[in-house]
Design a protein. Structure first.
Lengths: 283, 353
């Protein structure tokens, strides 16, 4: 598996906005049937990197290779047409529309021709149900508005849609961020489903506990640069957690929280501080 | 034969709901109930004034047809998340354009034959819609503001241009133009039925409602309209041509305004600068009464058509009840707000179940 060629690969990519260096010499790759996790705290450059991969931004420097060829995207649609599908955290679904209308929005199947060409509603409903079932998602009623689904289910519909429309690489922007523990677990399951179907998944998150169980490969971004790049065998979870925010930062934070709790006498702050100290570990 | 037909296997988490509940979740359901309530109300209150008669029914439908045609186009636009406040002015403007083009040169017009005049007028009107749409998608300003400007601009032009050219703001004698009879047969004539006179426009209203319903619920474009109204960024991300769609929908409302203008020019054999006044608001009211969400993304064309019917029924009901004209707008406004509140209430109740 690990000797397969990467399907998507960037090398020494930098992105500048005027004088701001958003990304500096970032390299990463994903192989078919593998999950590359992109970890980083707020402001680490994750959003810029996703948008660069998705074709929204063009890299200022560096190379972007897809299926072995150098590519340059003019629009996100172009990237999508080549099989790079991005599922954004908040822009994934339209709440007022039914599941099947959402599923096929922008790529509706049609029957008939000329002025009688129409949206093939029956097959849209059937395919929606089938595809969701293939991902292991059992939807109740395709006519249900997406707004009535839970956050995890919504993400899952978006993932199933991307897979159905031939995604070879799936970029998931913080799909678990706004979810509860159980819901996040549901989404992680679908990430593994997509991986099993041979899709290369780039999973963006700031939560190492979500990344570690599904990831094959971990890239940690800090301040616009790659701070670490490991396979799962090379790094235990504890170290990943520590690298994520930087052990020193967590240590400092735990002290701050502790002194704050001493002043105010608040128990929850004290326990938060304890947790942070445990996560930061002893250096 | 009494055995139930094989239905697709239902999930055990989907319970069978009654027909009433299923109807209740449809956007036009509230309008349907409101329509019945309004009809019963006037049937009782205005019983002595012959409310329940073919003559009154014809009067209501004749009133509803032009508003309904506008409301159907406006509903499509509103579901896509935009407003068009200029439709009323464009009705006046398009009617004037038609009449100015065919009026003889001795009267200050251009003396064009009917067909080229209509062609040019429709191109100009579609151009107005295109311009509205283009301004909205390029400036990204609220369409409310852009088309509010257009409301004044085109009402102004509908008055200023004929005044400059002909020194009048009403142009008549459309029936003296060769070709009028054919046009009248299609758009302006009245049909005798049950001893009452029905406008042929009612038929157009029904056809347009059916067509727009098909487009909205059964075509790709319909899916895009819902999508764009729900979230235009998300729609753009999945490849919906958002700007083209919005511009086309502004052109659709402009075309509806042209059709209504042509119907009225034919029917009254004249154009008037003031024609179509307030129709932009009436059309929006009809759409909202019909269950179209003001913020877009939800609604139905049939609902908008029902909304126009309610509007016309209230107007006609008040007229024949003989309420003093000064109070007319007070009643129309109050009854419509009540209808919308009632409609929302019905929808929320239905969705709770």
């Amino acid at each position: 598996m690990s000797d397969a060629q990467p399907i998507l690969e960037i090398n020494n990519v930098s992105k500048y906005f005027g004088s701001v260096i958003a990304l500096q010499d970032v390299s990463m790759f994903v192989r078919p049937g593998e999950v590359t996790c992109l970890l980083g705290d707020n402001g680490a450059g994750k959003s810029t990197l996703i948008k660069t991969l998705a074709g929204v931004h063009k890299p200022s420097e560096g190379s972007y290779r897809f299926e072995g060829n150098e590519v340059e995207f003019e629009s996100p649609r172009q990237a999508l047409d080549m099989g790079i599908a991005t599922v954004y955290q908040d822009l994934a679904m339209i709440p007022l529309m039914s599941i099947w209308r959402n599923f096929f929005l922008g790529s509706e199947p049609t029957i008939g021709f000329g002025p009688f060409k129409r949206f093939d509603v029956d097959s849209a409903k059937r395919v929606t149900r089938e595809e969701m079932a293939k991902m292991g998602i059992d939807i109740r009623d395709p006519d249900q508005p997406v707004g009535t689904l839970s956050g995890g289910e919504r993400q899952s519909v978006a993932i199933a849609r991307a897979v159905y429309f031939g995604a070879k690489v799936l970029i998931l922007d913080e799909p678990t961020a706004a979810l509860g523990v159980k819901q996040a677990g549901v989404v992680l399951k679908y990430i593994l489903q997509a991986k099993r179907r041979g899709i290369g998944v780039i999973f963006i998150t700031h939560n190492p506990h979500h990344a570690y169980p599904v990831g094959d490969h971990f890239v940690i971004l800090r301040r616009g640069q790659v701070y670490g790049d490991y396979t799962k065998a090379e790094i235990p979870l504890e170290q990943l957690v520590q690298m994520m925010a930087g052990g020193a930062d967590l240590q400092a934070l735990s002290h701050e929280l502790e002194s704050a709790s001493g002043d105010e006498g608040e128990d929850d702050l004290a326990s938060a501080a304890r947790e942070f100290r445990q996560e930061a570990g002893n250096e | 034969m009494t055995q139930e037909t094989a239905s697709p296997p239902l999930d055990e988490r989907v319970r069978k709901v009654s027909l009433a509940t299923r109807l209740g979740t449809r956007p036009e359901f509230g309008a349907l109930v409101a329509l019945i309530v309004v009809w019963v109300f006037f049937a009782i209150v205005a019983n002595d004034n012959n409310f329940v008669s073919w003559a009154t029914t014809a009067a209501i439908l004749n009133r509803a047809a032009p508003l309904g045609i506008l409301a159907v186009a406006v509903a499509l636009l509103m579901i896509s998340g935009e407003f068009d406040l200029s439709v009323g002015s464009v009705v006046g403007f398009a009617g004037m354009a038609i009449m100015l083009l065919v009026t003889s040169s001795s009267q200050g017009g251009y003396a064009w034959p009917l067909l080229p005049a209509l062609l040019l007028a429709v191109v100009i009107t579609l151009g107005v819609g295109f311009l509205n749409g283009l301004m909205v998608v390029t400036t990204k300003l609220p369409s409310f503001i852009i088309t509010l400007g257009a409301l004044f601009v085109f009402r102004g032009l509908a008055t200023a241009i004929p005044r400059t050219l002909t020194n009048r703001t009403q142009l008549g004698a459309f029936d003296s133009i060769p070709g009028f009879d054919g046009l009248n047969a299609v758009l302006g004539q009245k049909v005798e039925l049950f001893g009452a006179r029905f406008d042929i426009g009612i038929l157009w209203w029904l056809v347009i409602t059916a067509l727009a319903t098909w487009v909205l619920t059964r075509t790709r474009i319909g899916n895009w309209i819902f999508g764009v109204g729900g979230d235009d960024n998300a729609s753009r991300n999945v490849g919906v041509p958002v700007n083209k769609l919005k511009i086309s929908l502004f052109m659709t409302t402009a075309f509806a305004a042209f059709l209504v203008a042509l119907m009225q020019v034919t029917q009254f054999k004249s154009a008037d600068s003031l024609r179509g006044e307030l129709q932009e608001f009436n059309a929006i009211i009809a759409a909202v009464v019909g269950g179209v969400l003001l913020t877009g993304g939800y609604g139905s064309v049939i609902g908008a058509a029902l909304g126009a019917l309610i509007f016309a029924m209230v107007q006609q009901g008040i007229i024949i009840t003989g309420v003093d004209g000064d109070w007319f707008k007070v009643f129309v406004g109050a009854i419509l707000v009540v209808a919308v509140i009632f409609n929302n209430f019905v929808r929320q109740q239905a969705q709770k179940r």
